[in-house]
Design a protein around this ligand. Structure first.
Ligand code: UD1
Ligand code: UDP
Length: 384
């Protein structure tokens, strides 16, 4: 008789978006009888990560607590790798899972590779085509891809990107994006914010613009342009009100307060928990963002998104007509927002709920693939 042991899987994540997109996988791995699963957070983010852990009720088995204010990319990489090496030696996993394109992802993949542990890359194959935008994320994705054993690509386009780079088709699985799994978990029509400002906004008569911006390559002049354009829109249009849950990065905060303070209809608020944030997207009129995850969530909720970047690795929303690249030029961003605020037809063209990023079952697919592929491998080892 062949007695099989459980497949040992270690999920590694460190920032807010990774936690949100990994949470549905964590749940499925925990439920699966064939898997022994542990969670390791690097805590590249601290408060913003903890917010997500709370919402999804995840208690990490390992918390490397590497966060330091003003951390550099090199410091994050070194501190994460040192901690991860100890965890990998302790747990000795068959597979590690990383999600996305942050420095935690690259550090997690590289440390695992050094220990000859298999790597599953969730959200594989996204490419902007510019190594410096998003920076350093485009490089992190490519570097991680080289040492990955299971590429979990959200869309067919992502798969094609990988094939073009010469990756073996047998290692690529199109699964959908787990962000949709997470979103379905939290959005509901009767949601109440329990927050005075958000509960009292006039979502019917005002045009609520949800704004976020944090990308490293936008810090400086591009971010000044984005916020100045938003300011111009607010000053011109009395029915516009802006909610800006601001990233904790002090560099973002300095620019935002310098340009947006003093406007009654601009509300700069602390980062929101995922539950209120997702429900706020659902109630907003329009989203203006340089975020990756929000570009995926807004189309699913039928909200037009203006992407304040020069290029995107998420062309699916643009092709579906719900997202548009507004660039980083002040006049152009102003023009694009102003059109959507004042031209009903243009607005209606973009306000369609489409779901190019998945059907809410990506995490099921990923866990099934792990069990099938690694389960068979363990059986073969036993038979030998
Ligand atoms: C990181 C990721 C980026 C992702 C973003 C999500 C990298 C290189 N970048 O960028 O891909 O889009 O997270 O938000 O991995 N801070 C806090 N508390 C927190 C989190 C951040 O104070 O909980 C502040 C600190 O001052 C920190 C700064 O924000 O130094 C930047 O954080 P960092 O993780 O280095 O980069 P992000 O811009 O957040
Ligand atoms: N988000 C959140 N609270 C906020 C802002 C964003 O929960 O105040 C969520 C958002 O819904 C999305 C994710 O955080 O799922 C995106 O994170 P971020 O924009 O920081 O990173 P990116 O996706 O650009 O890597």
């Amino acid at each position: 008789m062949i007695v099989l042991r459980k497949i040992k899987v270690l999920t590694i994540f460190g920032t807010r978006p990774e936690a949100i997109k990994m949470a549905p996988i964590v749940k499925k791995l925990d439920e699966n009888q064939c898997i022994e699963h542990k969670v390791c957070v690097t805590a590249q983010h601290r408060e913003m990560l903890d917010q997500v852990l709370r919402i999804f009720n995840i208690t990490p088995d390992y918390d490397l607590n590497i966060f330091e204010p003003g951390q550099t990319l090199t410091q994050i990489t070194i501190r994460a790798m040192e901690g991860l090496e100890r965890v990998i030696i302790d747990f000795n996993p068959d597979l590690i899972l990383v999600q996305g394109d942050t420095t935690t992802v690259f550090a997690g993949a590289l440390t695992s590779f050094y220990h000859k542990v298999k790597i599953g890359h969730v959200e594989a194959g996204l490419r902007s085509g510019n190594l410096y935008s998003p920076y350093p994320e485009e490089a992190n994705r490519k570097l991680t891809g080289v040492i990955t054993d299971f590429h979990f690509a959200p869309t067919e386009k992502n798969k094609q990107n990988l094939l073009r780079e010469g990756y073996d088709e047998e290692k690529i699985y199109v699964t959908g994006n787990t962000v949709i799994d997470a979103l379905l978990y939290v959005v509901s029509e009767d949601y109440r914010f329990n927050d005075e400002l958000l509960d009292n906004l006039d979502y019917k008569n005002k045009k609520i613009i949800l704004l976020t911006s944090h990308r490293r390559e936008n810090l400086g002049r591009p971010m000044e342009n984005i916020f100045s354009a938003v300011r111009d829109v607010v000053l011109k249009n009395e029915d516009v009100e802006v909610v800006f849950p601001i990233h904790l990065n002090p560099k973002v905060r300095e620019i935002a307060h310098r340009i947006l303070d003093g406007l009654d209809r601009v509300h700069i608020i602390e980062p929101l928990e995922y539950l209120p944030f997702a429900n706020l997207i659902a109630r907003s009129y329009l989203v203006v963002t340089d975020s990756g995850g929000i570009q995926e969530e807004a189309p699913s909720l039928g909200k037009p998104v203006l992407v304040v970047r020069k290029e995107t690795e998420r062309p699916e929303g643009i092709e579906a007509g719900t997202a548009k690249l507004a660039g980083i030029d002040r006049e152009n961003i102003f023009k694009e927002i102003d059109i959507l605020v004042n031209d009903v037809n243009e607005y209606k063209k973009m306000a369609n709920a489409v779901n190019p990023y998945g059907d809410g079952k990506a995490s099921d697919r990923i866990v099934d693939i792990i069990v099938k592929r690694l389960g068979t491998e363990l059986k073969m080892q036993k038979l030998r």
